[in-house]
Design a protein. Structure first.
Lengths: 140, 100
């Protein structure tokens, strides 16, 4: 089965979020990804992208590359890779929030990566050649 | 994202239209800070036309809930779309919000 892969590189600023999401929507639609999985993937991508913007490149924005690939069409499975050249930052290292606390006891924030973990089948981080690389997969 | 507000006495309705994403969230927060003031006892968050929510949007919603609790008021989230409900479910927001 032919491998399908598309990628985009943008300057990691929040102004480019719409471009990133449009790229993912278009690519995933083209791959036949159904609406629910598409929402989960674009949401996860947004959360990770925001992390790159806010933490990996907190002071001076650099590039962020995003690749979406369908390794084998018959499996209905995509792998999404984000990479940046910012400071080492592992978003998965953070402990999951307690989602059973009352509204008053709940801290504001800290849900982004938790949403990614819940929405995707797998998420992994590695630091390689001065890059932060996050890979996540999703089947439908 | 479009934000419309309607105040009728102690009741405030905030209607969100579009995607409550990382870019929209600060705008909604700013608006909330302006309109959610003393005297509001009942907040209705109308999400009929809100098609998407990211964690940044959840922050704004939780912050409004905390504010209403502090004001000893009530907050109701209305007409939640399927995609948004899924995010509320996975983050436990279904347990801390009053969803109608």
């Amino acid at each position: 089965m032919e491998a399908v892969s598309r990628e985009i590189t943008v300057k990691a600023v929040m102004e480019n979020l719409d471009r990133v999401i449009a790229f993912a929507e278009e690519t995933l639609t083209g791959l036949g990804c159904p609406p629910k999985a598409r929402m989960q993937i674009t949401l996860s991508l947004e959360e990770l992208y925001a992390n790159v913007v806010n933490y990996a490149y907190a002071s001076s924005p650099g590039d962020c590359g995003i690749r979406i690939e369908l390794a084998r069409k018959d499996e209905h499975r995509v792998a999404i890779t984000l990479q940046d050249w910012g400071k080492a930052f592992d978003p998965l290292a953070k402990e999951d929030p307690d989602i059973f606390l009352s509204a008053n006891d709940r801290p504001i924030g800290g849900l982004g990566i938790f949403i990614v973990k819940k929405s995707m089948d797998s998420v992994s981080y590695r630091r390689e050649d001065g890059k932060n690389i996050i890979t996540m997969t999703k089947s439908w | 994202m479009e934000i419309s507000t309607n105040r009728q006495g102690q009741e405030l309705t905030v209607k969100l239209t579009g995607r409550l994403d990382t870019n929209a969230a600060p705008l909604v927060q700013e608006k909330m800070d302006q309109v959610l003031t003393e005297g509001v006892e009942f907040l209705i968050l109308d999400m009929t036309d809100c098609t998407y929510v990211a964690s940044s949007g959840l922050r704004v919603i939780l912050s409004a809930q905390k504010k209403m609790n502090a004001l000893a008021g009530a907050m109701v989230v209305k007409n939640v779309t399927e995609d948004v409900m899924e995010v509320f479910e996975m983050t436990g927001f279904v347990d801390i919000l009053t969803i109608e």
